[in-house]
Write a protein that binds this ligand. Structure first.
Ligand SMILES: [Mg+2]
Ligand SMILES: [Zn+2]
Length: 188
């Protein structure tokens, strides 16, 4: 017996589709002191000073293999202060992406705030959640299935303000492996 399909209008159909859109899960990661060592340098803007911390490749691979998008979120106030340029920042990030891609790790986005309140206020510098919220929007990320790993209070505040499921604060330059294990093992 053939049933007649119920007629639904375009608006209702679109809403139905949106409800079933699979959003991505992601891990937001701070840069200096988490991905790379910040020991001995307050600002890191030379490729030669950029040392990837132990456990980063393994940890990020674990997250990536578990289906998480990886988004780096970093304050780079030295740009506003004129200590280095956005080109320097981009060169360091190209280097980082090359290093990670050799291990099969891809970053979905790197969000940079180049401002500093001593020069001019902005709305993106952490602890503002703005960079995280932008990535959530642009990459169709579900904050309720997403996490953050940072080494400072302002990282955690930004992640919490963005509504992420859980934010992990590690010691500066400590391994992220424990946080990664917890994220991968976490259940809805
Ligand atoms: Mg940091
Ligand atoms: Zn900013």
């Amino acid at each position: 017996m053939i049933k007649t399909a119920k007629k639904i209008d375009a608006a209702a159909y679109s809403q139905l589709c949106n409800q079933h859109t699979m959003k991505h899960k992601a891990v937001f990661i701070d840069r200096d002191g988490v991905i790379n060592s910040d020991e001995g340098h307050y600002y890191i803007y030379r490729v030669n000073d950029f040392v990837i911390n132990p456990g980063i490749r393994e940890g990020l691979k674990m997250l990536s293999d578990a289906g998480f998008m990886l988004v780096v979120v970093t304050n780079q106030g030295g740009v506003a202060k004129g200590i280095y340029t956005l080109d320097d920042v981009n060169a360091v990030h190209t280097h980082l992406q090359n290093e990670l891609s050799q291990c099969g790790i891809q970053l979905s986005a790197i969000k940079v705030c180049p401002h500093h309140e001593s020069v001019a206020p902005c709305s993106c510098r952490k602890p503002s959640p703005q960079m995280i919220l932008e990535a959530i929007n642009e990459l169709e990320i579900d904050p309720n299935q997403s996490y953050l790993i940072g080494d400072s209070k302002r990282d955690i505040e930004a992640g919490e303000a963005a509504g992420l499921k859980r934010c992990f604060k590690i010691d500066a330059n400590a391994s992220i492996m424990d946080a990664c294990q917890q994220i991968v093992n976490d259940r809805p």
